[in-house]
Design a protein around this ligand. Structure first.
Ligand code: M6R
Length: 361
């Protein structure tokens, strides 16, 4: 039942405010400005002993993991990174007992992720799951973890689950931070930010009419560049994946800082750029990149906290705490991908060549 929506993708985009609310429910501890994650199975001593965090996933879940790694570094000051599970498992990785491994998966059945978990377990590592489907293979094989509580996701293209994954990483980063050096005041600030998310998501979705018009404006592109820096970069990668999956328009994501090392050669009016421009310490750097693109007659669509003068169009998103910026900035671009695909008559819920869960190698 699509409840009045034309596709599951559209329905699931609209379920995000409720889904995030569900991910937060019953987990916030105001007294200690932290969160309780019941199934984590990691006591305070274990949490303090973690020296590194390695996050593994595929596709959208890998992108959620990249954002999660940044949140863990920022809030808990633990070195963290994400890697595609399939790459990890084929490169004979060094498995370190002081590293906390986290497997991220919507379905909990993705073969490459499951195989990475099994290899890690066999070598004695501690592996947590950040999973949507309760009781799935990855949830069963991990030592503990966090259910992201996005609810059933039917569309092959992941939207609400991605958002709940990054919110869940925010919770985990806060929890790890508060067992280490994150202050009560910062913990409180992050909790307030998390609580604002559902209303801010609704605010973004209320802008759908404008996003639909923008999608029509850019739908003639054969290829699009997505750029962002640090917190904005994984957002750019995920937005680029969304667009290519659902519209089949070629899209490529680059860190904005790498533009001048190559991709700037592609810029011309027929090659639009989508730029993620949060109001953070990198704002001036991002603006300089927009200037470089404009000087070469590139069209620019910015997703930002304030209107960007150098951009042809800006989608303004509400500001949250800077550590949580990545959660909201991709949401308008889900609608952008949806409307682009719709205008092109694509099979939105079942893009060609793709399956909802990839249970083979
Ligand atoms: O079920 P999983 O989260 O493990 O799936 C991982 C990827 O196959 C998945 O995210 C894929 O990239 C989607 N089509 C994204 O929209």
């Amino acid at each position: 039942d699509m409840g009045g929506h034309d596709t599951y993708m559209h329905k699931e985009i609209y379920e995000q405010a409720d889904a995030v609310d569900r991910a937060l429910r019953g987990r916030i501890d105001d007294r200690f400005s932290t969160v309780h994650l019941g199934g984590l199975n990691l006591d305070a001593r274990d949490a303090r002993a973690v020296r590194r965090v390695k996050i593994l996933g595929c596709g959208t879940s890998y992108h959620a993991g990249q954002i999660g790694a940044q949140m863990i570094e920022e809030l808990a000051r633990i070195p963290a990174d994400a890697e595609p599970a399939s790459e990890f498992r084929y490169r004979n990785p060094v498995v370190d007992p002081d590293t906390l491994y986290i497997a991220v998966s919507q379905s909990g059945e993705t073969y490459d992720v499951l195989a990475a978990v099994q290899e890690l377990k066999r070598k004695g590592a501690r592996v947590l799951g950040l999973v949507n489907v309760v009781g799935s293979a990855i949830a069963r094989e991990t030592d503990g973890g966090i259910y992201v509580h996005a609810g059933p996701e039917v569309c092959v293209v992941s939207t609400k689950c991605f958002t709940n994954m990054v919110v869940s990483f925010g919770l985990l980063a806060l929890h790890l931070g508060r067992t280490r050096d994150l202050s009560v005041a910062d913990g409180k600030r992050i909790i307030e930010g998390l609580r604002k998310l559902p209303a801010q998501i609704s605010e973004i979705l209320a802008n759908e009419g404008e996003i639909e018009k923008l999608a029509a404006e850019y739908a003639d592109a054969k290829s699009m560049l997505f750029i962002g820096r640090v917190r904005g970069y994984p957002v750019a990668r995920e937005a680029s994946l969304k667009l290519k999956e659902v519209s089949y328009i070629h899209a490529e994501a680059y860190p904005a800082s790498e533009l001048k090392h190559g991709p700037l050669a592609l810029i011309e009016p027929a090659m639009p750029t989508v730029a993620i421009v949060p109001d953070d310490e990198l704002l001036e750097k991002n603006r300089a990149a927009l200037e470089e693109i404009k000087a070469r007659s590139g069209r620019i669509l910015a997703v930002a906290h304030q209107v960007q003068e150098k951009a042809d169009h800006t989608i303004v998103v509400p500001k949250n705490e800077h550590e949580l910026d990545a959660i909201l900035m991709g949401i308008p671009l889900q609608l952008f991908a949806y409307h682009t695909a719709k205008a092109m008559g694509r099979d939105i819920d079942k893009p060609r060549n793709l399956a909802k869960s990839v249970t083979v190698e």
